[in-house]
Design a protein around this ligand. Structure first.
Ligand SMILES: Cc1ncc(COP(=O)(O)O)c(C=O)c1O
Length: 405
């Protein structure tokens, strides 16, 4: 494996300590250069929704690649596969979202959503949540995590206020007629898998309506069945004004999108948004195959069922190892284990890797499990067994930072 610098500050520390170069994948499994198999509970950070190299996805990409990869005159010209995807999205998007724009990454979709919210409302203020994650463009990183996140790249994109996630009273107090939009993840992913109380999102939506502000739901991580409904706002009974999508939308092919209401669409003029690759036919073919599969196989129902079982199993694990595991959280197949320290998370990640299981450390001492949506119950059992053994390994190590804080 070439030793190149890993340029991403959030790159898994485990990769730096224990380099692994993955060569191929199938379903929930990947193989490294030496042919060693790993069970993948990261899904490439929630992207490979149908697992690795699902035949349906491979065939769709290959077929489209043989026909057309990029339209002449890009977004100015018609593409049947793009039209097909738009029709499919219309069937699955929450009511009221009538127009879709494509983008290349989740950050780009959120950036555009914020930009258009300001234009459409004629207001500038944005309310966002601490511990959030919306991307790494200048605007989205300013709106992510907390004030210290963007401060590293000052001056930040101004005009926003961080509020505690899940605190409707704080939002109510901060809301006024200057607010263009509230930008929220329905379930926080990178911030440590945080599921708000059931009345939080409906209250936020009502406050937005009352004050003429837009609600932007960042479903980049939660969308496309990840939390056991097609979109997390469906389960919350909320209709956002803008919904952003990415990650699982195309099962591994880079694509993102955002959908807007008629009111928002009416305020968008030609030239306000676009990009060379937006709605690229190859990406649309991949997403079309994914959406078709998710709908026709009731993947949301499957995820909801396996997710409930997984939460119970993880709770049993937490009861067995309280010195390591403080809390279990999650919805569907977006699951988090709250440990006592980041050092424990690193140790457990490494121990799991050594036993052939890939998991994702995330912020605030949380280990995230975000596997393929098509994970089989037997594969879940296998991964759980490895995690159980890895907990034992970590606790057996003398001198490692595994004491309860
Ligand atoms: C909720 C959320 N929004 C936005 C992003 C950024 O997406 P991307 O990495 O595709 O820019 C992420 C990535 O983890 C995310 O989890």
């Amino acid at each position: 494996m070439n030793t190149i610098e890993i340029e991403d500050s959030l790159a898994l520390s485990v990769c730096m300590k224990q380099p692994v170069a993955f060569e191929r994948g199938l379903g929930a499994r990947v193989w490294d250069e030496q042919g060693r198999a790993f069970l993948d509970f990261t899904a490439g950070w929630g992207v490979t929704s149908l697992g690795h190299s699902h035949p349906v996805l491979v065939a769709a990409i290959a077929e489209q690649a043989g026909k057309l990869m990029q339209n002449p005159n890009s977004g100015f010209t018609y593409s049947p596969v793009r039209a097909k995807l738009l029709q499919q999205l219309q069937q699955v998007l929450p009511a009221g979202l009538v127009r879709v724009f494509f983008a290349n990454s989740g950050a780009e979709a959120n950036d555009a959503a914020v930009k258009l919210a300001r234009k459409v409302t004629g207001r500038s203020k944005l309310l966002v949540a601490s511990n959030s994650f919306h991307g790494r463009t200048l605007a989205t990183l300013s709106l992510s995590g907390g004030p210290e996140n963007g401060a590293r790249f000052s001056p930040q994109v101004p005009g926003h206020q961080f509020l505690p996630f899940g605190d409707a009273d704080a939002l109510c107090a901060a809301m006024d007629e200057q607010v263009a939009a509230v930008l929220l993840e329905p379930v926080q992913g990178e911030g440590g898998v945080r599921v708000p109380a059931p009345d939080y999102l409906p209250t936020v939506a009502a406050l937005c309506r009352e004050h003429g502000a837009l609600l932007i739901a960042d479903e980049v991580q939660t969308g496309f069945c990840r939390t056991g409904s097609f979109f997390a706002v469906d389960a919350a009974g909320v209709q956002p004004d803008i919904l952003t999508m990415g990650k699982g939308i195309a099962g591994g092919f880079p694509l993102a999108a955002f959908a807007v209401t008629a009111r928002v669409a009416a305020g968008v003029a030609k030239g306000d948004h676009g990009g060379t690759y937006c709605g690229n036919p190859l990406a649309c073919a991949a997403a079309s195959a994914v959406v078709d599969y998710l709908v026709s196989h009731d993947v949301a129902g499957r995820v909801a069922r396996l997710g409930l079982r997984a939460l119970q199993d993880l709770q049993q694990l937490a009861d067995k190892y309280p010195q390591l595991l403080r809390e279990v959280r999650g919805k569907g197949l977006l699951l988090g284990l709250q440990l006592h320290s980041d050092a424990q998370v690193s140790a457990l990640t490494e121990a799991a890797l050594a036993r052939g299981l890939l998991v994702t450390p995330t912020r605030n001492a949380v280990l995230r499990l975000i596997p393929s949506l098509l994970l089989e119950p037997a594969e879940w059992e296998e991964g759980l067994g490895i995690l159980r053994s890895a907990c034992g390994d970590v606790l057996a190590r003398p001198g490692t930072a595994v004491r309860a804080a």
